[in-house]
Design a protein around this ligand. Structure first.
Ligand code: URP
Ligand code: ZN
Ligand code: ZN
Length: 473
């Protein structure tokens, strides 16, 4: 087994930071040591196969992006990144594990849909991966199949209160699924937007000739996110189902989550970089059809209404617990452009899997979150939330050697061409300048990114079985 010593860096965890060397044997971390440690009189650095100099840099657990959609069929097309391109881009950006969504479409069986996702991912991934299960049709069969997910190493499933006729579940279906989820120890993930009400607004806006991407944000009003979030919380309350609300963007939805948590409920919330940096006015409202780049759901919110600042604050105060990307990229040409003249036909999704660690590090630079909180919301909490902690999300003996050496004095320019590796013809983050840089990435002990080169291979990443959410008592 190859041994590696990462030396001279500052190891940062969710709870603190300090100078330490990290010793890796094969795929695992075996020790965190005093800098410059000796073993039986010998300098450790002289005994290992590889030494990585992390002087002046941070050494952190690899990022875990718990919300991605590689190759997802959606809006009449398929997400542009597959498991190969998407996980390679993740590795470039310091994310060493993704949790993607297996999609049970209407009329399909759950085990078959899960198998389809296994088939798409196996042998293709650059980093480790797991799945949540989307239940697109709640019925007797799928409820029975839900009960068998833990045997497959899958401990979370997702429902949609949005997208009628596609993934939508009504309240009766949600109630039944939550009862089953609670009974089975599954975490219920929820896309919380009132889909039927959104559809009425979409129809009315289009009838008024309001067809530009901007109106995607108008139709998906914050009231409809707040209402659905509240409803999901109440149904979870009734059934005892632990609830995780995905891609929270409206400050009013945050307030609903905070209130439920204050009542002691097992309610959690995720946000995404786009809701922290981008806005209805600046992005969805860009001239012409440009705003289509930023069409995603929930939508970007109004900067004037201060949603972004409130979401940052919620991350700091733990009213929101973590940051995923909801990576679901579509190209402008041939995909987003299906919605020219009708915003409702623009496939929903933004690609960010490569940039999450950098974009969130900018929050440290800007004084919005601490260094430790950065590690917590991008790695440690995702690991605990989705039953991976101990193996992932921490640098400790016995943990997988998923490690990032991050240079706070480095710089990352985000834009098109060589500056990103996602399979997209544009970047939603074009022009963003980050005061930091992902220098070296190890995935289960193997250096996959170093010296500005990708050194991994497809198939390096393996499926990881997950335990139950580790926040539940
Ligand atoms: O716009 C989005 N979020 N696309 C992906 C599907 C979803 O709702 O998560
Ligand atoms: Zn969603
Ligand atoms: Zn999503």
């Amino acid at each position: 087994m190859a041994t590696t010593l990462i030396t001279g860096g500052t190891v940062v965890s969710a709870t603190g930071r300090g100078a330490a060397d990290v010793l890796v044997d094969g795929e695992r971390i075996v020790a965190l040591l005093e800098p410059g440690s000796t073993v039986l009189g010998a300098n450790l650095a002289e005994t290992v196969d590889t030494v990585i100099d992390a002087s002046g840099k941070y050494v952190i657990p690899g990022g875990i992006d718990a919300h991605t959609h590689m190759s997802m069929p959606f809006g009449g097309t398929t997400a542009a990144d597959d498991f190969e391109t998407g996980t390679r881009a993740a590795a470039w950006g310091g994310t060493t594990m993704i949790i993607d969504f297996a999609v049970q479409k209407f009329g399909e069986r759950v085990p078959e849909s899960l198998q389809t996702w296994h088939d798409m991912a196996a042998g293709q991934c650059a980093v480790d991966y797991s799945f949540h299960q989307i239940i697109g049709e709640v019925n007797k069969e799928s409820l029975a199949e839900l009960r068998r997910l833990p045997d497959e190493g899958i401990t979370s499933y997702k429902l949609f209160m949005a997208y009628p006729g596609v993934f939508y579940s009504d309240d009766a279906q949600i109630l039944r699924a939550m009862q089953t989820g609670a009974d089975t120890g599954l975490l219920t993930m929820m896309h919380a937007e009132n889909g039927p009400a959104i559809d009425v607004l979409v129809e009315q806006l289009l009838a008024q000739g309001k067809t530009d991407p901007y109106y995607h944000g108008v139709a998906r009003a914050w009231q409809l996110e707040e209402e659905a979030t509240h409803r999901a919380i109440m149904l979870a309350d009734l059934t005892g189902a632990p609830l995780y609300v995905v891609h929270v963007s409206a400050k009013q939805a945050v307030a609903q989550l905070a209130a439920a948590r204050d009542r002691g409920r097992n309610v959690f919330g995720e946000t995404c970089p786009q809701y922290l940096y981008l806005s209805l006015e600046d992005n969805l409202g860009a001239p012409g059809f440009e705003g289509a780049k930023w069409v995603c759901s929930t939508p970007l919110r109004s900067r004037e209404e201060e949603h972004q600042n409130q979401v940052w604050q919620a991350l700091r105060t733990n009213d929101l617990q973590m940051v995923s990307t909801d990576h679901c990229p579509f190209c402008m040409k041939g995909q987003k452009d299906m919605g020219i003249g009708d915003f409702s036909k623009i496939p929903n999704g933004i690609g960010s899997v490569e940039h999450r660690m950098d974009l969130m590090y900018q929050g440290v630079v800007d004084g919005r979150i601490t260094l430790e909180r950065w590690v917590e919301i991008t790695s440690t909490t995702p690991a605990r939330m989705f039953g991976l902690y101990g193996r992932k999300g921490v640098l400790a003996p016995g943990a997988d050697a998923d490690i990032v050496v991050y240079d706070p004095n480095g710089h990352t320019s985000i834009g098109l061409g060589k500056t990103h590796h996602m399979n997209m013809d544009h970047s939603a983050w074009e022009g963003y300048e980050i005061d930091g840089h992902v220098d070296v990435v190890l995935s289960r002990g193997k250096v996959v990114v170093a010296d500005g080169e990708y050194r991994g291979r497809k198939g390096d990443g393996k499926f990881v079985r997950r335990d139950q959410c580790q926040y539940l008592i």
